[in-house]
Structure formats: C-alpha cells, structure tokens
Design a protein around this ligand. Structure first.
Ligand SMILES: *Cc1c(COP(=O)(O)O)cnc(C)c1O
Length: 398
C-alpha cells in the first residue's frame, strides 16, 4: 500500500503527546526535545526499578546470549524458580505466567469458572466487581471493568459481571445471588483514580466471601509488586485472597504477567486447561527473577514505605498552600493520586513542560507512579516542580 497521509500507520487508539524518549537512566528520561525529565509515570508502574537498572541489564544480557524462547511443552527452570519465590513470599501455592496484565486476569476468570464447575456448581459463574474498576481490554475484562468509556461499541457484553458501588458493603451483600462465584477488585484502584480500600474493608470482604462460599480474586496488576510498600497490597489487611493477578512492575519493564492461586483452587487446572506460547519464556523469567532479587532485597520495601510517607507529607503541605488548585491526596505508598480543582490534563501538561512526567487517572486525578528506587532528592525535585506548576496555574486566566 502507499501511505495515506490522512490515515496514521498506527491505529489511532492513543492520544499521544508529541514527545519521544531517546534513553532512560534511573528515575530520568531523556527526550528527543533535548530535555531531561523526572519520570513519575514509569511506563504506568512498569519500570519499577528505574531505567537501565544494572542488575536487570545484566540478567537480560546474560540470558540473551543463552536462550530467548522455549515452549512451555518443555521445562523452563527459571520459570519454576520465579514461581517458587513468588509462592514462598505470598498466600499462593501455584502460578501461571502470561505476557500481560489482562491475560493474568483472563486466567483468573477461567480458574474461577472451572473451580465451580469441578465442585459440581457450574451455575456459579458470576463475579461482583466495583465501580471505577479497570481490569484490562479483552472482552471479558471490559465486562468486568464495566465502564462505558472503554466498552462502547463492543457489544454484546460478556455475561457474568455485576457491578456495585466502590467500597460499599451493603451493596456487596445485596448483590450476592445463587450464581455468584466470586468478588473481583483492585485493593487500590489505579485508572479509576488512585482510590484505596481500607484494611478493615478488605477483611470484611474476606469474611463475606467465606460466609457465602465465594472466591476472592484481587487485581494487583498496578498496586502489587511492592508499589504500596508491601509485595502485595492486600498484605496490609493481613488477608488471604484465592486468586491474584499481577503484571506491570513484575518484570521491571519486560512484559510479564502472572496469575497466582492457592492449591485448593489451582488444583482444577490440568494439562491442556490453559496455555500460552510466549508466557513465562526464559528471557522474561531471567528478568523477572532479577526484578524480584531487588524487590526482596533487605530494606527495599521499607524504603518504599518511607518515600511514600515523605511524598504524601510534602503533597499535603502543597494542598494547604494551593487550596484553589489542589483538592486532596490519595493512594498508598508510591501509588499516589492528586485530585485537582483545575483540569488534570492541564496539570499534567504543565508538569511535563516543567520537567516532571505524570499521568492522569479517573475522577480528575493526577497520578504519580515514580520508580520504587526514588530517594528524598527525587521527591524534593518533584515537589518543587509541582509547586511551580500550581503557581503558574493559579495565575493562568480562566
Ligand atoms: C494495567 C492494568 C490492567 C491491564 O494490564 P495490561 O498489561 O495492559 O493488559 C489490568 N488491571 C489493572 C489494575 C491495571 O492497572
């Protein structure tokens, strides 16, 4: 085909900023505009250890010379090793590796349905989900997400999802019917606006799930892998879920997803029940293991908690200084949302012009997802830029 100047060669599924990056280094990105940016997007919570982390680079290079891909019809020792380490550090007893977050979610849907089928209750297939959720872009994940802005035009909707108000226990109880199989939600909503659910709420949901014989399925694709200061966000509540999907930070920038489950639930999956060509390949697993080395290193997660507390504190101070621009601070650990009185898109654009990369979220929130390796100096630098941005926006004529 000849190129049609009126139609982009990339399907126009993104409203892209006219900026690209030449290279990354730690918490910084270098733009094709010659500018250096402090990266508080991290590819949406993916490059959790910053750019070009030496330990990840070494693991990638070493594996690249040995073996990239191998079918899951053979044993992949690094896959077993990463699964073992995830199991040793979580509620889970078994892991399925995928390439993306939504595939980990889909795996969870399939395990859940198969579980009830195997225990002789195939009529139970429905999942209760929360308003403001985001679970990914496959047809089933869109149905679970339940937001028109993502699902418009893709009818018929996949059946089996019932949405309730965010964090409402009465609605949760009322939504349970004989067909209900489980409850699916993000302990801290990402795309929906960085809203976190309390530890008490999570414990109540676990109790309700037990009372009605439901499975608890958590989407920790954004809030998991150390983002909140625990390996998994649900650990803050001390509860044990039945299925957890993770991805984003798991590979530190290499595409990996994983669905974690217990032996009781996972036992329904047999050879042929599910599969993937690319998931869990040697290159991904080498990087995943290296990422986990860093995450589980001594003091790493407590430093995340410390930096999370520090940035929350500093943002609260800005809130007091700029009450006409900033409304509230939300989130947990290094998953931070700043609800604005001005349009979040204007705020993000101005922050970028001032050298700080951030991303919008629902509910007019600006999202900060810095790499987990940030220090106080990075936070101070970001706070300075945010303060300057507030000053500029305060002066801007409406
Ligand atoms: C990003 C995300 C997904 C989807 O992950 P993909 O890798 O884009 O498929 C699902 N759930 C949550 C909470 C996410 O943040």
């Amino acid at each position: 085909m000849t190129i049609d100047p009126k139609f982009p060669v990339l399907l126009p599924t993104y409203k892209r900023t006219a900026l690209s990056f030449i290279k990354g280094d730690g918490a910084y990105l270098f733009g094709n505009d010659g500018k250096k940016y402090l990266d508080f997007v991290s590819g949406i919570a993916v490059t959790a250890f910053g750019h070009n982390h030496p330990h990840l680079l070494q693991a990638l290079f070493k594996q690249a010379e040995l073996l990239w891909h191998c079918s899951n019809l053979f044993e992949i020792p690094d896959q077993t090793r990463l699964a073992t380490r995830l199991v040793e550090n979580s509620f889970a007893e078994s892991v399925f590796f995928s390439n993306s977050g939504v595939e980990a979610i889909e795996c969870g849907f399939k395990i859940l349905r198969k579980y009830y089928d195997e225990i002789g209750q195939p009529q139970r297939y429905r999942l209760i989900t929360f308003e403001g959720a985001f679970h990914g872009r496959t047809l089933a994940a869109l149905a679970a997400t339940g937001q028109e802005k993502y699902s418009k035009g893709y009818d018929p909707v996949v059946d089996g999802f019932d949405q309730i108000a965010f964090g409402n226990l009465n609605e949760l109880r009322a939504a349970i019917r004989p067909e209900t199989a489980g409850i699916l939600f993000e302990p801290v909503q990402g795309e929906g606006g960085m809203r976190s659910l309390s530890a008490d709420y999570l414990r109540e949901v676990r109790k309700i799930a037990d009372e009605f014989g439901l499975l608890l399925f958590l989407d920790e694709i954004q809030c998991g892998m150390g983002r909140t200061g625990k390996l998994f966000a649900h650990e803050w509540a001390g509860i044990k879920p039945d299925i957890v999907a993770v991805a984003k930070g798991l590979g530190g920038g290499f595409p990996i997803g994983a669905c974690l489950t217990t032996a009781k639930v996972g036992a329904v999956m047999q050879a042929g029940s599910h599969g993937t060509t690319f998931g869990g390949n040697p290159l991904a697993m080498a990087v995943g293991n290296a990422a986990l080395d860093i995450l589980l290193g001594p003091g790493f997660l407590s430093q995340v908690v410390k930096m999370g507390d520090y940035i929350h504190q500093q943002l609260e101070k800005l809130l007091a200084r700029f009450p006409k621009i900033l409304a509230s601070v939300r989130g947990k650990g290094l998953m931070i949302g700043l609800k604005c009185h001005v349009a979040n898109t204007d705020f993000v654009d101005q922050l970028r012009a001032n050298g700080l990369l951030t991303v919008i979220a629902g509910d007019n929130v600006v999202r900060f997802l810095p790499p987990l390796i940030i220090t106080e100096q990075h936070v101070d630098e970001a706070i300075k830029i945010i303060a300057l941005t507030c000053q500029q926006l305060a002066l801007k004529p409406k």
